[in-house]
Design a protein around this ligand. Structure first.
Ligand code: UDP
Length: 289
């Protein structure tokens, strides 16, 4: 189920032929009706790029709050287990590093990112309330920066932006001094962690991410080098409330799920660069037809 506000049907067209696959074009912030039984609900619906929160702030707030409420109600009705996608943004601009699940965060509720951060914090609160009050079978994953093939090329996030700029030979737009850090988890590692959490008995929030931390400037340099690009780095103003550092403490996931990421940043970048290169080659061919 997706309203496709930031998603694309292209990303799932290979699934349409499968016998057990069905797609519903619907906004989960509106009442959700699904006929028949349901065993598991995985709620990932939300814009996830800072430029999207600025463009569609109300929808971002609604899907994390009203959308989550609707899906918790659906899970209760169907007696299904529900996993909700929370985020490292619940830690805001963290004052401790790495961030463990014990940390309560440092969020500006009325800043530009507040619409995402606070919706996700509400999501965690209402999910725990359904668990404690209604005995609903719930899981909460705090997802840290994740990347890989099928990201939207122009979604404004650092990784697809830098790869696109490097492949086109344009300046790489690093915000601020580029000294802020992030830790990027490759998609197949992220999916494996979430899958293990879904089938574990653990019901409190759990971080899933890659603790390999680097500065954004360093990310830009790595992408320039792996693409063999002649692009230069251009510094631009840092967006308001941009977190200065982000790195998951994954002790809990390692202990409870016996999980840790396997794909190094370099290996994941090579796969992602190939994806974007192929995508741009197809676009160029289509433009020349
Ligand atoms: N960033 C950047 N240039 C861009 C896009 C993002 O320097 O073109 C920076 C951004 O300011 C942040 C980091 O890269 O410090 C990661 O940003 P992103 O939007 O990918 O995700 P975030 O972790 O902030 O949600």
């Amino acid at each position: 189920m997706d309203n496709l506000i930031t998603g694309s049907l292209h990303n799932i067209e290979h699934l349409f032929g499968l016998e057990n696959f069905d797609f519903l074009h619907h906004d989960v912030s509106k009442f959700v009706h699904v006929p028949g039984p349901l065993d598991y609900i995985l709620h990932f619906a939300s814009p996830a790029s800072p430029i999207d929160y600025l463009r569609i702030p109300i929808q971002t707030l609604k899907v994390g709050s009203l959308g989550t409420h609707n899906l918790l109600g659906l899970a209760k009705d169907k007696k299904a287990r529900i996993l909700v996608a929370s985020t490292s943004e619940v830690y805001g601009d963290p004052l401790v590093s790495p961030q463990s699940e014990q940390y309560w965060g440092n969020v500006n509720p009325v800043g530009p990112r507040g619409v995402y951060d606070e919706a996700k914090r509400f999501q965690e609160a209402i999910t725990m309330a359904y668990h404690n009050f209604h005995g609903l079978d719930t899981r909460i994953v705090r997802i840290f920066n994740t990347y890989g093939p099928r990201m939207r090329p122009n979604d404004g996030r650092a990784l697809p932006s830098f790869i696109g700029q490097a492949l086109r030979g344009e300046d790489i737009t690093v915000f601020g001094t580029g000294e802020q850090t992030r830790s990027f988890c490759y998609i197949s590692d992220q999916v494996e962690g979430i899958y293990r959490l879904l089938f574990s008995p653990y019901t409190y929030p759990m971080n899933i991410g890659n603790p390999e931390e680097l500065t954004i400037l360093n990310l830009a340099q790595k992408i320039i080098s792996l693409t063999g690009s002649s692009s230069k780095i251009k510094l631009e103003p840092l967006p308001e409330d941009d977190p200065k550092r982000r790195r998951p403490d994954i002790d809990l996931a390692t202990t409870i799920l016996d999980w840790k990421p396997k794909i190094s940043l370099e290996a994941g970048l090579i796969k992602s660069i190939k994806y974007f290169k192929d995508l741009y080659a197809i676009e160029n061919t289509n433009q020349n037809i």
